[in-house]
Write a protein that binds this ligand. Structure first.
Ligand code: FAD
Ligand code: MLT
Ligand code: ZN
Length: 513
C-alpha cells in the first residue's frame, strides 16, 4: 500500500483513437474565493453555543499530534478543506487536525467534549451534500493520515484497514490478491473508506454486491466524548446483541468518527465486458433492463443510464468522444464472471436479440481494461463535467421505475430556459436517479424553481429524497419527506444519547425541528 499516493481515476488510453490525451485527477483542493460562505448564503442559521478554539487548545492538539503538518492553522492551506467538492458550501474553520491513530482521535475528542468545541469529520471531501465541511468554524478532523492496511485474509477475503485509506488504493491492493472492493464510485481516486462508510455510499457495484450494511463485518469508531467503541469483528455470522456498527454506516459523522473497519471483499471477476448502447426512449431503457436481468442473470454486474444531455456534458465539457452516434438515451451494461467465452456468448446473444427486436439501436462492446475504463468514464465523469457549466444543483433520488424519468421531464418543463442544463443519469438498476441542473452561477430563482418542488414530487411517488449521497447540510430539513415523525424522533433521541452536547458535525443530517 502506498500511503498518500493519489490515484488517477481515469488513465489516458493511448491505443484508442479519438480519446483525449490528458490525465485526470479528481482531487482538487484549490478553490476560488468567489464561493459564498455557507453562513452568508443561509443567514437564518445561527452558530451553536460552542466555545471558540483558544491558543491553549491549539497547544494541547500539538501535544497530541507531534511532528510537522498535523495541526494546520494556515488560512490558505485550510481553504480547500473548508470548501466542498461541488463548491456549494464553504466554512471558516481555523483549525485542521490530522491524527494517524485511533488513540489520537480519542484524545482530540476528549478535549473537544470537555471544552464544548464543535468538530466536523472529513475523509476525502468528495461528499455532495455539504456534510464534510464546516458550516461555521468547526474544527476539521481529517482521516488523511490514517491510511494503513491492517490485515488482509486472502482466504476469507476480509480486509481490515484504517478509515483514511483511499478506496481506489484499497481496490488496487486487494486485486493483487484476486479480490475486489465491494463498492466502486467515480470518486474512488479521492474518497476514503471511512467516508464511504459514514455516507453508506452506493456506487456502480451495488447492483452486484449490495449495500455496505452487508459487506462491513466490523467497525471501530471514536465517540464524541473520546471513548473508543470496538465493534471490530471479522465474523460473517454474529448474532450477539444489537449490531451497533450498523448505526455508524450512513450516520454522516454525527455519532462518532470511524477509525477502522473490516470489509468482506468478493473474488475479483476474471472476465469483464462493458456494453454501451443507444436507445430511443426511457421505456426502452427499462425494457433492456428487464431483459438483461432475465438473459444475463448472474453475470450482470452494473446497469447504468444517461440521457443525451448527460452524455453531452462529457462530450461538450470534457471533450470526450462518444463511440456511438446520437440517441435520446444511453445504457451502460457491465458483465462480470469467471469464464470469458461463456460471458461473451451470453452477452452477444442478448445484444443480438435486443437489436433484432429494435430495442437497441446502436452499441459497442469492450473487454480490454483501458477501453472498459474509457466507456465507464463517459458515465462516471458526468459529475465532473457538470462543474464546467458553473453552478450545479445536485439531486439524488430513489424512485419507482414507473415514475423514474418523469421527474426529469417535469422539471425540464418547469425550469425551461432559466438553466443551462437539466439532466438525468444514474444507477437505474438500483432505482436511483441523479437529477442535475446547472447555471453559470448560483441563481436563487433557479433554486426556487427546484426546491421544495422536487422533494414534494419525490414524496408523492413514495421515493427517497436521498438514495446514496446522504442528507448532510443541504437536505436535512427535508428528511420528513422520506422518513416518519416517529423515526426522526428516535434518531434525535439516539443522537442526544451519544452526543449530548451536539459537538459532532452540527447543522447536519438531522433537522432542527
Ligand atoms: P467526505 O466527503 O469527506 O465526508 C462525507 C461525510 O462523511 C461527511 O458528513 C463527513 O463528516 C463524514 N465522514 C467522513 N469520514 C468520516 C469518518 N471517518 N468517520 C465519520 N464520519 C466521516 N456517492 C455515492 O454514494 N455513489 C456514487 O456513485 C458517488 N459517485 C461520486 C462521484 C464523484 C465524481 C464525486 C465527487 C462524488 C461521488 N459520490 C458518490 C459522493 C461521495 O464520493 C461519497 O459520499 C463518498 O462516500 C464520500 O467519501 P469521502 O471520504 O470523500 O467523505
Ligand atoms: C454518480 O453516480 O455519478 C455520483 O453519484 C455522482 C453524481 O451524482 O453526480
Ligand atoms: Zn451515484
Amino acid at each position: 500500500m502506498q500511503p498518500n499516493s493519489v490515484i488517477r481515476t481515469f488513465k489516458c488510453i493511448k491505443n484508442v483513437s479519438k480519446i483525449h490525451s490528458g490525465t485526470h485527477r479528481l482531487f482538487h483542493k484549490s478553490t476560488s474565493n468567489a464561493i459564498e460562505f455557507t453562513s452568508v448564503r443561509y443567514p437564518n442559521l445561527k452558530r451553536g453555543q460552542y466555545s471558540n478554539v483558544s491558543d491553549v487548545d491549539i497547544a494541547a492538539f500539538e501535544k497530541i499530534l507531534p511532528g510537522a503538518q498535523r495541526v494546520i492553522t494556515d488560512a490558505s492551506e485550510l481553504e480547500g478543506y473548508n470548501t466542498d467538492w461541488i463548491k456549494t458550501c464553504r466554512g471558516r474553520s481555523q483549525v485542521l487536525l490530522k491524527p494517524k491513530e485511533t488513540e489520537e482521535v480519542s484524545a482530540i475528542l476528549k478535549i473537544c467534549h470537555e471544552r464544548n468545541l464543535a468538530v466536523v469529520p472529513q475523509g476525502g471531501n468528495t461528499g455532495l451534500v455539504g456534510g464534510s465541511v464546516p458550516v461555521f468554524d468547526e474544527i476539521i478532523i481529517s482521516t488523511q493520515l490514517m491510511n494503513t492496511v491492517i490485515s488482509l485474509d486472502s482466504l476469507s477475503g476480509i480486509l481490515t484497514c484504517q478509515a483514511g485509506c483511499i478506496l481506489g488504493n484499497l481496490n488496487d491492493y486487494v486485486s493483487e490478491h484476486n479480490l475486489t472492493m465491494p463498492l466502486d464510485l467515480g470518486a474512488k481516486g479521492s474518497c476514503h473508506i471511512g467516508g464511504n462508510l459514514a455516507t453508506n455510499a452506493g456506487g456502480v457495484r451495488l447492483l452486484r454486491y449490495g449495500s455496505l450494511h452487508g459487506s462491513v463485518l466490523g467497525l471501530e469508531a471514536v465517540l464524541p466524548d473520546g471513548e473508543v467503541l470496538d465493534c471490530m469483528s471479522s465474523l460473517r455470522k454474529d448474532n450477539t446483541g444489537y449490531d451497533l456498527k450498523q448505526l455508524f454506516i450512513g450516520s454522516e459523522g454525527t455519532l462518532g468518527i470511524i477509525t477502522a473497519a473490516s470489509i468482506l471483499c468478493p473474488q475479483k471477476s476474471q472476465a469483464v465486458n462493458v456494453a454501451f448502447l443507444g436507445v430511443d426512449s426511457f421505456d426502452r431503457v427499462l425494457e433492456v433492463f428487464k431483459e438483461s436481468k432475465h438473459q444475463l442473470a448472474e453475470i450482470l454486474s452494473a446497469f447504468e443510464f444517461l440521457d443525451s444531455e448527460a452524455l453531452a456534458v462529457c462530450t461538450d465539457n470534457l471533450k470526450l468522444n462518444s463511440p456511438l452516434s446520437s440517441h435520446p438515451f444511453y445504457v451502460l451494461i457491465e458483465t462480470s464472471g469467471s469464464n470469458s467465452a461463456h460471458d461473451e456468448e451470453k452477452l452477444n446473444t442478448f445484444l443480438e436479440s435486443m437489436m433484432d427486436a429494435g430495442k437497441v439501436l446502436d452499441g459497442t462492446v469492450v473487454a480490454e481494461p483501458t477501453k472498459i475504463q474509457y466507456i465507464w468514464g463517459l458515465r462516471e465523469r458526468v459529475a465532473e463535467g457538470l462543474m464546467h457549466d458553473g453552478y450545479c444543483y445536485k439531486y439524488d433520488v430513489s424512485l419507482p421505475l414507473s415514475a423514474f424519468y418523469q421527474l426529469v421531464t417535469d422539471m425540464r418543463a418547469r425550469i425551461g430556459s432559466k438553466a443551462t442544463r437539466v439532466i438525468g443519469y444514474g444507477h437505474v438498476g438500483d432505482g436511483n436517479l441523479h437529477f442535475n441542473v446547472t447555471s453559470p452561477q448560483y441563481d436563487p430563482e433557479v433554486m426556487a424553481l427546484i426546491e421544495p418542488f422536487i422533494y414534494d414530487w419525490v414524496a408523492n411517488y413514495k421515493g427517497s429524497i436521498s438514495a446514496e449521497h446522504g442528507l448532510g447540510f443541504k437536505k436535512r430539513e427535508y428528511i420528513y419527506h422520506s422518513k416518519s415523525r416517529s423515526a426522526v424522533k428516535m434518531m434525535k433521541a439516539l443522537k442526544t444519547l451519544v452526543d449530548p452536547n451536539g459537538i459532532l458535525n452540527p447543522y447536519k443530517f438531522l433537522p432542527d425541528h
